[in-house]
Design a protein around this ligand. Structure first.
Ligand code: UTP
Length: 404
């Protein structure tokens, strides 16, 4: 086995690992062999070239004004679906939150000022508003990573699930992929252990399958899954009006979107790509696309996604065999250096490989773009300070009447 691994590492131009392998004691070597065999090394073929994009066209959104006109009807349809047990929620909480620089799961961050108010708590409170209006629980699936799973589960238990029903919460862990340094070299996490990182938020449905969560979905006959990010403290999950609007539209998916603050705003925009719903990143847009306007003056590519999607389960099942594109993200990743010391970098130092939930939108026949008011529903906590930071999120929470 060791010879085979040496051969493979040599072929992959990972000679530093051959040297490391030779330095291991027999029992360490055995453990390394097992660990190595389980790694998905296909990431080493990724050269950073992004996929070719197709032909983009604008996709029109159901606007705030239109939604307001039908709010009561949409909400009732959504509440009915929730009461019938057709809706599940999936909280994506496996990220590393490296930009925030908080060494615990991001949901454990205390966004309160004069009192404790955790990000997880903000989300659960919003969900409790829905479940009390519906008079029914929404099954909640929480995706964690190998790194933060234990801590996340313990935190929810310690806080009594913030008033949610523990019987209606399931935790599952996403998979990991090896990370590489800028020269494409695998890194060591410790003796006989290669650095891996969570495989992105696009693997959530595949991970639900691998961890047995889809059995729960099937048994409970859940028809819709609402998937969303942990780090938007104004996130409204299982929003009945959104669910109702998607159901009434007859579409197989929906995405919450916000109108762009300016043509150059750095958000991914929901549009059509070769006739299918898709997200075009701000850096992929031409000047013409950025500034194109409709006859009523609104930007043609106006609606940014906020990582809150609704998918029909039967359509998701069809996508299980599809390989989503892998994206590289340059991040701060701790590793063990040649002297055996652990290095915790101050700046991004390595590439991790991720599939993205937004790439699942492209696999849907259609998608309802559902506009929400960014001041009421979009307060992302990405950075310590500045844009999309703790400060901006606190300000938005205050504006929404939440005491900090
Ligand atoms: P981000 O793309 O902001 O990544 O995640 P991140 O890892 O949390 O933060 P940075 O980039 O290191 O600062 C958007 C959402 O997707 C989840 C996150 O938890 C967040 O809800 N996510 C991200 C996962 O669940 N798994 C991943 O592998 C990556």
């Amino acid at each position: 086995m060791t010879n085979k691994i040496t051969e493979m590492l040599t072929m992959l131009d990972q000679m530093h690992l051959v040297k490391h392998l030779q330095s291991l004691a027999p029992d360490e070597r055995k453990a390394f062999e097992k660990h190595f065999a389980a790694l998905d090394l296909s990431v080493l073929d990724e050269d950073g070239t992004e996929e070719q994009r197709g032909h983009f066209e604008p996709l029109y959104a159901t606007t705030l004004r239109e939604i307001e006109q039908h709010r009561a009807h949409f909400t009732e349809t959504g509440l009915q679906a929730i009461r019938e047990g057709k809706v599940g929620a999936v909280l994506l909480a496996g990220g590393q939150g490296s930009r925030l620089g908080f060494d615990k799961p991001k949901g454990m961050f205390n966004i309160g000022v004069n009192r404790e108010l955790y990000i997880f708590e903000c989300l659960i409170r919003n969900l409790l508003e829905v479940t009390s209006a519906a008079g029914a629980w929404v099954p909640l699936f929480i995706m964690t990573s190998a790194e933060n799973n234990k801590e996340t589960q313990a935190f929810f238990r310690e806080h009594d699930f913030f008033g949610y029903s523990a019987d209606n919460v399931w935790f599952f862990t996403q998979e990991q992929l090896p990370a590489v340094d800028p020269d494409g070299k695998l890194m060591l996490a410790g003796r006989g252990k290669i650095v891996t990182a969570p495989n992105g938020n696009g693997g959530w449905y595949a991970s639900m399958e691998k961890t047995g969560m889809l059995k729960v979905v099937r048994e409970a006959q859940i028809e819709w899954l609402n998937v969303f990010a942990v780090d938007n403290v104004l996130q409204r999950m299982a929003d009945p009006c959104f669910i109702g609007a998607v159901i009434e539209s007859g579409k197989v998916s929906g995405a919450k979107v916000v109108a762009k603050a300016a043509p150059e705003e750095k958000v991914g925009v929901l549009c059509l790509e070769d006739g299918k719903p898709s997200i075009v990143e701000y850096y992929e847009m031409t000047d013409e696309m950025l500034h194109r306007r409709e006859p009523d003056g609104t930007l043609s590519y106006n609606y940014g996604v906020i990582l809150n999607y609704l998918f029909r389960v039967d359509r998701l099942n069809r996508t299980l065999s599809v390989k989503l594109p892998l994206h590289r993200a340059f991040k701060k990743i701790s590793y063990m250096n040649a002297d055996g010391e652990t290095v915790t970098p101050e700046a991004p130092n390595a590439y991790k490989f991720e599939t993205l939930a937004l790439d699942m939108v492209k696999l849907q026949e259609n998608c309802l773009a559902y506009e929400v008011d960014r001041n009421r529903e979009f307060a992302p906590v990405k950075n310590k300070t500045g844009v999309d930071s703790v400060d901006t999120a606190r300000e938005l929470l205050r504006q929404n009447g939440i005491e900090l």
